[in-house]
Ligand binder design. Structure first.
Ligand code: HMG
Length: 392
């Protein structure tokens, strides 16, 4: 029996800031962001959007009357938690009308936790092959106005279903992990923006990549040349270029621009437009690859590197299933990115600084979310979500 990803979709906010606008405001050369970081735009969430609304919007296309009763578990990966106690997945479970007999839990390890969720989901399905597991990764990347990390902000969510005999991707059982206690990026519980040692974080990312790759090889993983495509965690898309060159170098392979574009290019298109979506970003790369690679990838093996600061890295692989194109949501995803509203700098800064009450007083959020779900209000320290219609 093989298990893996049967369906996948993503969602991001309906507003964005062009990185040329940000560069102009910050007195930077726009080429630094466009070429140096490989980013064109960053998705900006409205006050009535959070990890729950982004996640519910990513997940609703995947849940239907045929599979609703089969979803036995929801694994919600995030590092933008809204509550120390209650899983964000519980709100989403209600918004999507999932069955009561369903376990729901939140997972955290920076940008890595979605991959832990995928591996756990595969193990659960191996145990009960009739079940499906809904994996969510939803995050809002915030570093602060005027910080070096600002140009790498963004937001987004993915949802995927894991099942036996999946329609999209079979997940290989081999893997290679690397865990290490480092302070490259973290967010103390009293802060709403991340602390980061930016340059160091890129070095630790690359170190974790090589160590994870070695462990993947030792576990019997596919060789560098056997992998048809590579997807990397994307804090900014240029990081994937650095990572791929590093891996190729370690394997004694020389890669030119054409090979680089072939192996990683189609996977970078969506993240150039959303910015970092932390736990969701590797899977947005995977969606971008499946929807935009012009070659038929059926039967091909893809290598994936998941990285979460702090840190955990994992290199693993998946095999694309025949007929995967029939499940593509390319037109929806392109429309989502193209129909967003552009912000000027002042509006972006106002949204960034928007502060909702923390004293339990009642508060209604202004309407700006473009999706089906929004955070309508706060009341007595409770979050009140609503479904808007018709949404996307
Ligand atoms: P910075 O100091 O603003 O930028 O920080 P820089 O001076 O390093 O420049 C960036 C690149 O632009 C350089 O290229 C420049 O040469 C180039 P490189 O040397 O790296 O090849 N450049 C130009 N290119 C063309 N034309 C120009 C031009 N000017 C400069 N005119 C940094 C960059 C990434 C450090 C910063 O944005 C940051 O701190 N970001 C946040 C941290 C981050 O993204 N780290 C990535 C690895 S850790 C990770 O992925 C985990 C994470 O997702 C969190 C999690 O796990 O939860 C972050």
């Amino acid at each position: 029996m093989f298990v893996g990803i049967d369906d996948i979709s993503f969602y991001s906010s309906g507003m964005y800031l062009s990185l040329s606008t940000l560069a102009q405001h910050n007195g930077e050369n726009p080429q630094k962001y466009r070429l140096g970081l490989g980013q064109d735009r960053m998705a900006v969430p409205g006050p009535d959007e959070d990890i729950v609304t982004l996640a519910a919007d990513a997940a609703w296309p995947l849940v239907n009357d045929e599979n609703r009763h089969r979803i036995s578990t929801v694994l919600f990966a995030t590092e933008s938690g809204i509550d120390y106690s209650k899983s964000a997945g519980i709100y989403m479970h209600r918004l999507l009308g999932l069955r009561d007999n369903c376990r729901v839990v939140e997972l955290k390890q920076a940008c890595y936790s979605a991959t832990a969720a995928v591996q756990m989901a595969c193990a659960l399905v191996m145990r009960r092959p009739e079940d499906q597991v809904l994996v969510i990764a939803s995050d809002i990347a915030r570093y602060g106005l005027g910080t070096p990390g600002e140009a790498t902000q963004g937001c987004g969510a993915i949802a995927l279903t894991v099942k036996a005999s999946p329609g999209l991707l079979a997940v290989d059982p081999v893997y290679g992990c690397h865990s290490e206690d480092v302070m490259d990026f973290w967010r103390p519980t009293y802060m709403d923006t991340a602390m980061v040692d930016g340059k160091y974080s890129t070095l630790v990312y690359l170190r974790a990549l090589l160590a994870s790759w070695k462990n993947y090889q030792d576990d019997g993983g596919a060789s560098f040349t056997e992998l048809a495509r590579f997807c990397y965690h994307l804090p900014f898309t240029r990081m994937a270029e650095k990572a791929h060159r590093k891996l190729a170098g370690a394997e004694g392979e020389r890669i030119d621009e054409h090979q680089l574009e072939e192996k990683i290019g189609p996977g970078l298109l969506y993240a150039r437009q959303t910015g970092n979506s932390y736990s969701a970003s590797l899977y947005i790369a995977l969606i971008s690859l499946l929807e935009n690679d012009e070659e038929d990838l059926a039967g091909k093996r893809i290598g994936l590197f998941s990285y979460g600061s702090g840190c955990v890295g994992e290199f693993f692989s998946m095999v694309v299933q025949p007929g995967y194109q029939k499940r593509s949501r390319r037109s929806t995803h392109l429309a989502l990115l193209e129909n967003r509203r552009e912000l000027d700098y002042e509006e972006y800064a106002r949204l960034f600084l928007y502060a909702s009450p923390i004293d339990g007083s009642a508060h209604e959020f202004p309407r700006s979310a473009a999706g089906r779900y929004r955070l309508a209000a706060l009341e007595g320290h409770k979050r009140i979500y609503e479904q808007t219609s018709p949404g996307l």
